[in-house]
Design a protein around this ligand. Structure first.
Ligand code: ARG
Length: 480
């Protein structure tokens, strides 16, 4: 080592004061109030693996561009591998630096000396940090899809086991028409399939490599960005460096996908909370996903559903954080962008926590077909009775009116439509034959709705098959 090198090496080591990567320009350190405000290490520390991966690729790119000798390349890559092992073993040990990039560069200096200072050639933390977060985001998208698959499997299993069970279907939370339980379960399956597509699309928008964009204007050394792309597993290379350092669209895409999942799960959760109440009693959540009360001994609370519904708030909030963060930013990198990570990580963490819990609840859910039957009012078949008249040539508007009148009469008598005497039907409209009472058949009502997408047995089976093959198509191999 030359004397200069030794001095540089010492100054690397001296950065333990929380020293920045930009000390030369400044006479004084950060103000005490600014130090905690400036920190992002608590958030971005989880990106240490991605940061090292990006740096190793960058070393190779610099060596191929003749900026580093092959000896320097070996030293730096060995050093970065050493840093990786060190962090794996010891963690970050309350590193004083502002962000993970600074910590790794300091540790690299401690490992290999002043040559560490060559790593950052032609690179900025702007393209560096964006690269790391994108690598994280691509892997996170895959993990989210796997967890959605778990829930899809649970719901598909429930649907397959409840093809012949009939329940009241609702609009406005009022009994509307009978449906198969499988039809209800599948309604949630189709929402989640769209969610998988949204997360996969977000992964595609994350898979653009910003490395080589520099701080804003590009890299002055002839690095092979295509080789970097291939090494790091990105799909494309960013096409405009000024755009690349500020592009967080993909974080919006992923947090939007997450927000939609949150909204969808909150609706499933609401169904479960209502269906598990004493008034409905259509389902029973297993002990493992219910909690009791410290005060009321009888309580059996559907906490899994309530927590799931509650998590939607933060998932929607994270999307709002991202959109608000980006609105009106001046072109180029702005430090505001550092705030992207907390929203992104929270969305990913929340989904990875919520999806398995709700899947577990569905897997262990007990259906109560008898309670569903008990709860079904004959009025659920009012449309079928109107359709009966339609089949005998009565215009639907007229038959709707006739049925409305019959429902009113039954209500006045305090009885249900099925208890209303045949004479009253025939008085209401001459097209009612003696066979009208045969309309009071739940299964027949579901069978009548045999268009594709409807609740008949054929249609529900077709939906189940379509879901099975969609899961395979999506690369998510179902194991049921
Ligand atoms: N922690 C920063 C971030 O995530 C790294 C980039 C800092 N760049 C800068 N010019 N200060 O955005």
């Amino acid at each position: 080592m030359t004397r200069e090198d030794t001095a540089a090496s010492e100054s690397f080591a001296q950065r333990k004061d929380g020293g920045s990567l930009w000390g030369g320009r400044f006479e004084e350190g950060l103000a005490p109030e600014m130090v905690p405000f400036n920190l992002s290490l608590g958030i971005d520390s989880r990106l240490w693996r991605e940061d090292i991966r990006g740096s190793i690729a960058w070393v190779r790119a610099l060596a191929s561009a003749q900026v580093l000798t092959s000896e320097e390349q070996t030293t730096l890559i060995d050093g970065l591998t050493h840093v990786e092992d060190r962090i794996e073993l010891e963690g970050l040990n309350e590193a004083p630096e502002e962000d993970i990039h600074s910590v790794i560069e300091r540790m690299l200096g401690e490992a290999v000396g002043p040559v560490a200072g060559k790593l950052h050639t032609g690179r900025s933390r702007n393209d560096q940090s964006s690269t790391g977060v994108r690598l994280y985001g691509m892997a996170a998208a895959d993990r989210i899809c796997v967890e959605i698959l778990g829930l899809l499997q649970a719901l598909q299993g429930l649907a397959k086991s409840s093809v012949d069970v009939v329940m009241p279907g609702y609009t406005h939370l009022q009994q509307a028409q009978p449906i198969r339980v499988a039809h209800w379960a599948l309604s949630h399956v189709f929402r989640l399939l769209r969610d998988v597509e949204r997360i996969q699309a977000a992964k595609v928008s994350a898979a653009v490599m910003p490395l080589g964009a520099g701080a804003l204007a590009g890299c002055p050394f002839p690095v092979d960005r295509e080789a970097l792309r291939a090494e790091l597993g990105f799909e494309r290379v960013s096409e405009n460096s000024l755009d690349a350092v500020a592009d967080r669209d993909w974080v919006c895409d992923l947090t939007y996908g997450g927000a939609m999942i949150g909204v969808h799960l909150s609706c499933l959760a609401e169904d479960l909370a209502i269906f598990s109440s004493a008034e409905f009693g259509f389902v029973r959540l297993s002990d493992g996903f219910s909690t009791g009360s410290s005060l009321m001994p009888q309580k059996r609370n559907p906490d899994v559903a309530e927590l799931t519904r509650g998590k939607a708030g933060r998932l929607v909030g994270n999307l709002m954080t991202m959109l608000t963060l980006l609105k009106g930013l001046f072109t180029g990198y702005n430090r505001d962008l550092q705030e992207d990570k907390e929203a992104l990580f929270d969305t990913v963490d929340t989904l990875l926590l919520t999806l398995p819990a709700i899947a577990g609840a569905i897997n262990t859910l007990e259906l109560r077909p008898e309670r569903m039957r008990e709860g079904m009012e004959a009025e659920l078949l009012a449309t079928d009775l109107a359709d009966y008249l339609v089949r005998r040539g009565v215009p639907f508007r007229t038959s709707h009116e006739v049925l409305g009148e019959l429902v009113r009469q039954a209500e006045e008598r305090g009885i249900s439509l099925s208890e209303l005497p045949l004479e009253l039907y025939q008085k209401a409209h001459e097209a009612f034959g003696d066979d009208v009472m045969a309309t009071f058949d739940w299964l027949a009502s579901t069978e009548a709705r045999d268009t594709d997408g409807g609740t008949s047995l054929r249609s529900v089976r077709k939906q189940l098959e379509s879901v099975d093959s969609r899961l395979v198509e999506l690369g998510l191999v179902p194991n049921f």
